[in-house]
Design a binder for this molecule. Structure first.
Ligand SMILES: [Zn+2]
Ligand SMILES: [Zn+2]
Length: 129
């Protein structure tokens, strides 16, 4: 069982399932919304329970997915594809210790030019494995 919240606490979340390790996404949308590259954990949609969801705002960022954030404090919280059983939950929203470890970098071909990827984890172009 994982717990978490946005920065102001208006939104709380619980994930009642084991979690895979988080990924880092370097795509332009993640960078623009979060302020840097974005780390998120894949979670089963059915296992995610949100409290205070009247404060949750969804931004339709593309034809395939929406991005959820707290409309009070602005915390980036979710990337939710329309299809499939999985929602991506911001790693930073989870209470520590998470016991999770970053597993790889995605959309590296879209990363910003102002930083270097700082570790030796696997790197992918786009979201391909
Ligand atoms: Zn908030
Ligand atoms: Zn991204």
């Amino acid at each position: 069982m994982f717990h978490g919240s946005c920065l102001c606490g208006a939104i709380g979340l619980t994930i009642d399932a084991p979690l895979k390790d988080p990924i880092a996404c370097h795509c332009e949308q993640c960078r623009q919304q979060s302020g840097h590259y974005f780390s998120a954990v894949p979670a089963p949609k059915f296992a995610l329970h949100v409290t205070g969801d009247t404060n949750l705002k969804w931004f339709r960022a593309s034809d395939i997915a929406s991005r959820g954030f707290c409309k009070v404090c602005g915390s980036t919280l979710f990337w939710r594809p329309d299809d499939g059983p999985t929602i991506m939950v911001a790693s930073a929203a989870l209470d520590t210790p998470t016991g999770l470890r970053l597993s790889g970098h995605y959309w590296c071909d879209h990363k910003g030019d102002y930083y270097a990827i700082p570790d030796a984890l696997p790197r992918y172009q786009g979201d391909s494995k």
